[in-house]
Structures are given as C-alpha cells and as structure tokens.
Design a protein around this ligand. Sequence first.
Ligand SMILES: [Zn+2]
Length: 364
Amino acid sequence: MKTCSGNCGHRDPLLCAVPPYMLEKVAEHGKTAKARRTALDSLQITNFFRSKRREIQRAFQAMGFASFAAGPGGTLSSQLERRVYDAQNTKDLPGRLVRSEGGPKSADPAVNEVYEGAGQTDSLFRDEYGRNSIDDHGLPIVQTVHFDRRYQNAFWDGAQMIYGDGDGKLFGSFTTDLDIIAHELTHGVTQNEAALVYSFQSGALNESFSDVFGSLVKQRAANEDAGQANWLIGDNVLIGKKYALRSMKAPGTAYVNHPVLGTDPQPASMAKYAELPAWEDQGGVHINSGIPNHAFYLAAIEIGGQAWKKAGVIWYRTLCDLLPADATFARCAQATIQAARNEFGGGSLEEKAVNRAWKTVGVL
Ligand SMILES: [Zn+2]
C-alpha cells in the first residue's frame, strides 16, 4: 500500500459526502437555531473522526496488516463479504450487526440500501475491472447506518463506512444515493492504489475519482448509456427535486440559489479554477474536482456507449498504474491519455476523445 500513514506532514483527510463548506453554510445561515446547531454538531463529529482516523491507521499497522483497511474483519476472502451494523442513533461503532453476507433482507430500508449499494460497487470493480474488494485482497465491507442523531454526512473512516440519517429538512438519509455509497467506498480503492494526497490538485483528483466511479456504479446499476445518465452526484440526499451535491455534466449547476446553501461553487474548466488556502476545503478538493469530473464526462460522451466499459477502464487503469500520490491535473491528463493508448491503441478514437476532453476543460 502506498497511502500516507500520517507521518509525511499533511493532515489526514476525512472522506465525507458533504464537504465542510456546505455544512458551514448551514451552521451560519440555517433557518432555525436547531438547524444551525445540527450542522455544527455534524462538523464537530467530522473533526473528531479526523483525529480518530489516524489512531485507526496506527493500530492496524501495529497489528501487521498489509493494508490498514483490512481492519479487524478477520480472514480475507476472494468473495464479496458485507456486514451492516446499526448504531441505533448513538455514536457507538460499529453498533449491532443487522445483516451479513447472504442473510435475509432487513425491515429497515437503510440497511438494505447500503447492503445493495456495496454489492453494486463491488460488482463494478470485481466484474468489470477484476478487483477483489476495496483493497484487492478481499476486504470485508463493513458499514454502519443510523449513526448519531440527525447526523448530516456519510464517510469512509479508513476502515469502514458510516452513514447519518440527515436532519430530514435539508438532508435526507445518506443511504438513499447509490453514487454516494460508491463514492465513499471508492475512497478506499484510491487509498490502496494511487493514494492521492488529499489536498489541492491531487486531493481534487481523489474526490473526482470517487465521483467518477460513484456515477459509473449508478449508471451500470440502471443499465444507462453515457448519453442517458444524469451525471449528478447525490440527487436524493439533498432535499428538493432540483438539487444535487454535484453535477459532472455541468459543474456549478447542481444547486442554484438554494435558500441555505446558495449556488454550487464548482468550476467546469481551468478558467474558473478556485485558488484556495489549505484550510479551506483542503485547498478546494470538493470544488476544483469539477474540472476533472467534467473532463471524464466529456470523454465518456464522445466515446459513447456504456461509460464504465471504456472511459471507466481508462480511468481505473490510470488510478491503479499511472498516477503518483502528488499528481496534478496535467499529470492525470497525460496518464489517462497513456492509459487510453495502452488499452485501445495509439491514434484510437478513445485516445483522441480523452485528449480533447482535457483540452476542452483547459488542462492541456
Ligand atoms: Zn469524497
């Protein structure tokens, strides 16, 4: 594993669905004192887990796991193994075991949503790209639902997934979007592959790869072509028909003039790249990810057909074989072009489409 174990100087990331700037908006502009307090609580819990994550990494490394993500899950398997726990609205982790691999459906939709979501995510990586779970070594996928009360986030804590129920006004349950589940689990894949450093451009690429595979899992489950997909991320969790967390097709339009959140700040091209300090969203990792997201969308549309079959393969091989942890957008662009050449040949339609996509967003 190439992931930074916390001793190379940069802060450990907490890989959550809702970026800090959205919760900060709610904490500041939420309509009621209760809404503002709930957002503030969610932010504080996020900070708590950020420090806990480092302890988890150290403990697993001390136990001699090749990958700390292998966790306390026991034997590594060559088959998918899912476990879903219920925190019963407490902060106790992992909580009560409520569904295991092959076990009967739960009466609780959240349990079934994350069980199925992990299955769809694993199936994309396993059946299309030959990957054995998140770490490629059969890591059991552990997920906890109903974490805390009104918790407004979902995240990968380095060893497992954790989902809040949302406050029911601004955010619904974080288990309702397949692309959010897949986005978070993909952070585990990235952690075990390119291990992209979670700040500035490499951090925005880390976010973007999660959106790319999050969207591909959703498209594959719905059997959609690139042209049929809506390319939105989190269009259920953010309450309101016209709102989503992000748009890969048109970054900056996922929510417009939202009464609390304002307007989606994502740029679609380098002309609007947000130069931000490290303390603001780790240098804009959830903001500038709009640029590589848009490049993927453009490449997938030009290549056509089911996006996970060709564009997805190019991005997956790039993530596994061709990117250093500190990759910039330009480095990623070159790497995807190389991957397209490796997979489909020099001068192929796929290589040209990838090249054109990065030019359109102003990276090349
Ligand atoms: Zn993320």
